[in-house]
Design a protein around this ligand. Structure first.
Ligand SMILES: NC(=O)c1ccc[n+]([C@@H]2O[C@H](COP(=O)([O-])OP(=O)(O)OC[C@H]3O[C@@H](n4cnc5c(N)ncnc54)[C@H](O)[C@@H]3O)[C@@H](O)[C@H]2O)c1
Length: 344
């Protein structure tokens, strides 16, 4: 059944892939984004949906009326950002997310699909962790995801179904690329320098999932009966893509002709390490992540070559932390990430 779906963060890396997937499934999509990365496009410009150009922190209940489902992606979206700006991360990722959900419930929204992360498992050792495993978030970013899951769960009732998709680390091409996620970064390094440079010791487990597979999981959450998802967490990824950083590097070297792996180990070992069990989404959502790390690396390689990506692009335009620092330096956003002048 066609639903009216509000996607927050629709101009981000995942949002730009999710919007066409929702449209292809027959839904009407409305966006909401403050446009922090709206210009950070590689290749043809995406076809954005009609949208609310507002900061998440300022959304009103009136703006949410008539919406059937919210897919909530908007956030400061990685560990380095969270570590540098723990208060702003809390304000946007936790406080504004819960506020959005409360207003959504008040406005009559029935499903609230939240983009959580497998990094809530933190340092989980070598065994497979499922959704009932203890949560040991190691960073302000991951802590904020746990808090939001808890607070959204408290809002659930027969008319309002929150669901938490604990996504593995994403990879793959999006017209609004991110180069600060591991596979996308390593393919860039291979294409531009011939070296797949790994700064850690390569040992941590880092489950990966293609952006289009994440989009497919969100689409499934709108299709299954509400009681299947209500107040539940689902890991999103595949056991086949439970890989160590060293394995990711080897698959990148296989995909980029003439490149070699170099593990420098200069940043030492990374305590964030988890291998994840994805059987719940398979059983209850009928969701199977399909795209392999090797296929994702090949896809990125050809996109980077086709669109002539440069090191400056990868380091600045497509690295969230550096892009935000640039917007602040040039006076477009303030230290709280609010726009100083008009929206981009
Ligand atoms: N990419 C991954 O590997 C991954 C993995 C697991 C979970 N997630 C989660 O998925 C979501 C999307 O991730 P992404 O990779 O697309 O991130 P992204 O940084 O590319 O996109 C985030 C979007 O949110 C918007 N935004 C940020 N603050 C805002 C605010 N105050 N008001 C309005 N809009 C705001 C930004 O402008 C941007 O378009 C995030 O919640 C992230 O934590 C991502």
């Amino acid at each position: 059944m066609t639903q009216r779906v509000l996607v927050t963060g629709h101009q981000g890396y995942l949002g730009t892939v999710l919007v066409p997937a929702l449209r292809a499934a027959g839904h009407e999509v409305i966006g909401l984004d403050s446009g922090l990365f709206a210009d950070c496009v590689l290749g043809p410009r995406p076809d954005d949906p009609p949208a609310l150009a507002v900061d998440l922190r300022e959304v009103t209940v009136e703006q949410l009326r008539g919406v059937d489902a919210v897919v909530h992606l908007a956030a400061l979206s990685n560990d380095p950002l969270g570590a540098l700006m723990p208060e702003v991360t809390h304000d946007i990722n936790h406080h504004a997310s819960v506020r959005l959900a409360r207003l959504a419930k008040e406005a009559g929204v029935q499903r609230f699909c939240y983009a959580s992360t497998c990094s809530v498992y933190g340092a989980a050792g070598d065994g497979l962790v499922d959704e009932d495993a203890p949560l040991r978030p190691l960073t302000p970013y991951a802590v904020s995801k746990v808090h939001v899951e808890d607070d959204l769960a408290a809002l659930a009732d027969s008319g309002f179904s929150p669901v938490f998709l604990r996504n593995a680390t994403a990879f793959g091409f999006s017209p609004r690329l991110r180069a600060d996620i591991v596979l996308n970064n390593l393919v860039g390094s291979a294409v531009l320098t011939g070296v797949v440079r790994v700064l850690s010791d390569g040992t941590p487990w880092r489950p990966l999932v293609h952006a289009r597979d994440i989009a497919a999981a969100f689409v499934r959450c709108l299709e299954v009966p509400a009681p299947v998802i209500s107040c539940r967490a689902f890991n999103v990824g595949s056991e086949a893509n439970n890989v160590t950083v060293a394995e990711i590097a080897r698959r990148v070297a296989d995909a980029v002709p003439g490149s070699d792996v170099l593990i420098t180990g200069e940043t030492g070992s990374d305590p964030r390490s988890y291998r994840v069990d994805f059987s719940r989404a398979r059983a209850d959502l009928g969701f199977e992540a399909e795209i392999s790390v090797a296929d994702g690396a090949a896809e990125l390689h050809s996109a980077y070559v086709r669109y002539g990506v440069t090191s400056a692009d990868l380091e600045h335009r497509f690295t969230r932390l550096n892009r935000l620092a640039h917007l602040q330096r040039t006076g477009r956003i303030d230290e709280t990430m609010r726009h100083v002048s008009e929206f981009v």
